[in-house]
Design a protein around this ligand. Sequence first.
Ligand code: PLP
Length: 386
Amino acid sequence: MSKKKKQGTNLLYDMIAEASAYDDVIVMGRGDPDFDTPAHIVDAAKDAMVNHHADYSPPEGLLALREAIAERVKRVNNIDVDADTEVVVTNGGQEALFLMVVAANGPGDEMIVPEPNYTTYADSLAFAGGVKVEVQAFAENDFRADPADVRAAVSDESRSLLLVSPNNPAANVISPEDMREMLGIAIEHDLIVLADDIYDLFVYDDFEHLSPASLPGGKERTLTLNALSKAYSMTGWRLGWIVGPADLMARVRELKAAISGGTSVISQYAGIAALTGPQDAVEMMAEAYRRRRRLVLDALDEMGMAYGVPQGGQFVFADISFTGLDSGELAQRILSEQHVLAYPGSAFSKDRKDYLRMTFLQPEEKLREGLERMKVAMADIMAERQ
Ligand SMILES: Cc1ncc(COP(=O)(O)O)c(C=O)c1O
């Protein structure tokens, strides 16, 4: 198959391989923050290693870390949890999302998913034998999923509702008003809410993040995921968690014990330092993303691209339909001609061939250079269309 015809993940893997062959490539695709993990966190991991704190931990994680997580979700998200029975530490957000999808859904169960969304939710649901029911949202409404559409998607088979806010790749934040309505629908139809808060510390302008588990009636039906990957620039450390009501968390713990047992204790000690230590690095990163977001949006405006305004997270999902090219072809041309890697929307969903996902995870100077090169590629493509 030629590269042009490839879609989805296969196309992405080919493009990542091609990008790694260019010395001067600028990667605006993958979600790895460019900052170093803060030094005090690295020191805590070193200390755990040299002091032989390296035995197995219980499947649910070290108590000291679960206590730090309980304190964090109370402080940041206003969720009350018991560190003994309502917190499970995971191998990053990725394991957390698999565990929560599989804990909540069984064969034939429907999970309502606002789209576009992070694709491994669908992959995990397929392992559980569940069925994804999509609710579509678009750039012209800044990817707001309408609660009325969510309500219309409910059936007798509905079991869960996925709420990722801020979202990847759409970068929308579910407003407090919509969140209350979403939770109301879940209560009315007895759905489990699966909340992904992984970008909760990165919210822009006047947008506001609200965790559904913090609302009346929310905690008892909501599993909430988070991870240190994005907020502390720790993607490779693999440390995340789920919090939720004790009955659902007992199932999560059983699954976690069966799949991987306890998470690496070295990373867990690092996690305690991250959550209990100084938070200025998080604020510094959030401030940098705010500036970079502006740079990217200004450049997209110049290129004439429409986009959903990123209200949070680290991405922008831009509409490239005006080029007349499929996003796979467009991303491939930008990569081959200008050595800039952005992700085609088709990697996220077959219905998103008209979109391109870009991240803000490069130093400003590199980001500027990447955007300048993109402008050249876009000008060439548009000139061919004249
Ligand atoms: C929305 C969302 N949830 C979960 C994850 C997985 O998190 P982690 O990198 O900690 O495995 C990601 C990663 O990009 C994500 O974007």
